[in-house]
Ligand binder design. Sequence first.
Ligand SMILES: [Zn+2]
Length: 207
Amino acid sequence: MVRLEVITGPMFSGKSEELIKRLRKAQHGQKRILVIKPKTDKRTENKIIARQQKAEGLGFEPHDELEAIPIGSEEELRNLIIEKRPEVVGIDEAQLFGNWIVDFLELLMKMRAAPNHAGEAPRGELLIIAAGLDLDAWRKPFDPMPALMAMADEIRKEAAVCFVCHGKFGPAVYTQKKGGTSERIEIGDAELYEARCRTCHKIPDIE
Ligand SMILES: [Zn+2]
């Protein structure tokens, strides 16, 4: 079977944790797994890190991690797929990949689902699990996530706990940018971003 699952939501909502959980399940099932992350995410070199909020509510600490291969271009990913022929592909920070990832995954799924030479069964098995931000800090859909969500067989939306009201006004569904530049893509953690609810979120006031 060929299938695409998307895990999405704001920063600090546990997307990477859910991704790692699903990939571990596949590992236990003896699947050939390829885990990738965008090269532009320099917070960690070659792994996905899931963090959880500290018990006292201040800051985050690493909770779980998984090896991942940083990808800088479509060609790099194509060569890896040809080399490793994965049955499961895990993608972290999918919003940081270019829009090319949409057509790339669509074609890959179509190729694996195509009938074999005898026309009796699909050529291969493939489960793609992509985790990424649904919205940017301006509350606008974060390409390429909208297209991936439209193509997906299953979408799981995660919410975080609002850094300001701690859940009093509702779940945190947005990412708040605190300073930095007006660039949509600026790599950072809790020093630059917060999760906020609809009541507490503000459009960044950055020139
Ligand atoms: Zn709030």
